[in-house]
Write a protein that binds this ligand. Structure first.
Ligand SMILES: Cc1cc2nc3c(=O)[nH]c(=O)nc-3n(C[C@H](O)[C@H](O)[C@H](O)COP(=O)(O)OP(=O)(O)OC[C@H]3O[C@@H](n4cnc5c(N)ncnc54)[C@H](O)[C@@H]3O)c2cc1C
Length: 220
């Protein structure tokens, strides 16, 4: 069994960013990242176009970006989340750059802002057309510099360990104690016990339309 203060499942932009921040804030705490393939494998690595962020305050504004996003979302967006994400954008971009991510510079000497579908203004910062690869590279480099972070590649999270099996369980008291993990190299299954567990495992893998239909049929 491994015991850690913080357990992070996934080594994409979410898991690595969270880990770096926690490790910097609490240097005496241990952070363990498990990831099911090699460290860099993630959707993050394959993102190409770039990161949409409002930087040109003369032509662009948070409000314009919010309206573009709500329009493209066609009623599916939670407006307060859209607003939060867009307003955080410039700060989070600065943070990525401080961690060593490089973005292309335009003729003006400022960050080159691309314009993509759904955007009414040029606001997409990018690194050639391999932006995600560059972000993943920089974040992994930062994480590897922090001595209180351990990354376990080829470790697959099988199930979260929670208290939901207890007789007197109430949903509002749901607790997570860690995870059961498969070491894919050895076939060994073991427990990681953690005070805090973050699921940063990306989208729902292998959940294609057929499986969704089957699930709907099974549940009536
Ligand atoms: C081809 C492509 C192009 C894209 N282009 C853009 C773009 O231009 N701009 C943009 O903003 N977004 C883009 N995206 C979307 C963007 O890449 C994702 O939204 C973002 O990378 C998600 O990051 P994440 O950290 O949440 O998840 P991910 O990067 O998917 O990371 C999930 C991690 O969890 C691990 N994992 C999953 N399940 C388990 C398990 N059971 N046990 C252990 N580990 C597990 C995975 O191996 C991975 O390391 C693109 C995506 C793709 C695929």
């Amino acid at each position: 069994m491994i015991v850690t203060d913080y357990l992070v499942i996934g080594s994409g932009i979410s898991g690595l960013t969270y880990s770096a921040k926690i490790a910097e804030k609490f240097p005496d705490k241990t952070i363990t990242i498990i990831t099911k393939a090699i460290e860099e494998e993630s959707n993050t690595k394959y993102a190409q176009g770039g990161v949409a962020v409002v930087l040109d305050s003369e032509k662009d504004s948070f409000n314009k970006h919010i309206q573009d996003t709500l329009k493209a979302g066609d009623g599916l967006c939670e407006e307060d989340i859209v607003e939060l994400v867009i307003k955080e954008g410039p700060k989070r971009l600065k943070e990525l750059m401080q961690w060593g991510a490089n973005f292309d510079i335009g003729d003006s000497g400022n960050l080159d802002l691309g314009k993509e579908g759904g955007h009414s203004e040029s606001r997409v910062v990018h690194h050639k057309d391999i932006t995600g690869y560059e972000i993943e590279r920089a974040l992994l480099h930062r994480v590897c510099q922090l001595p209180n972070i351990t990354i376990l590649p080829h470790h697959f999270a099988i199930d979260l360990i929670t208290n939901h099996h207890l007789n007197n369980f109430k949903p509002e008291t749901l607790l997570c104690f860690g995870v059961y993990v498969l070491n894919q190299k050895t076939g060994h299954i073991f427990t990681i016990k953690a005070n805090s567990t973050l699921l940063a495992s990306g989208g729902i893998g292998y959940m294609d339309i057929l499986q969704i239909l089957l699930l709907q049929l099974e549940t009536g």
